[in-house]
Design a protein around this ligand. Sequence first.
Ligand code: FES
Length: 101
Amino acid sequence: PSLVVVDRAGAEKSIEADTGLTVMEAIRDNGFDELLALCGGCCSCATCHVYIDPTSVSGLPEMSADENDLLDSSDNRTDASRLACQVPVIDGMKVTIAPED
Ligand code: FES
């Protein structure tokens, strides 16, 4: 699958990812250094906060209570907020790296 990533400067880049990766892994593996992902994908740090364009994708997995709680700790939460380590790559999705809290 391929996805479009928008960095904090607003630059868009199309990247390819292997099936089965999370959005966090796909972004990290493509050289973006803005997505800290400090906990490595354990859903405990919230530094992998992204916005997923709802018009670009359907069928995202439901948010867990843990993910919801962590996102609540962000000042920049929107309806499009997700933790990138909790979402699988889906072809065609557009993902924007959220501002640093
Ligand atoms: Fe820490 Fe996603 S990498 S919550």
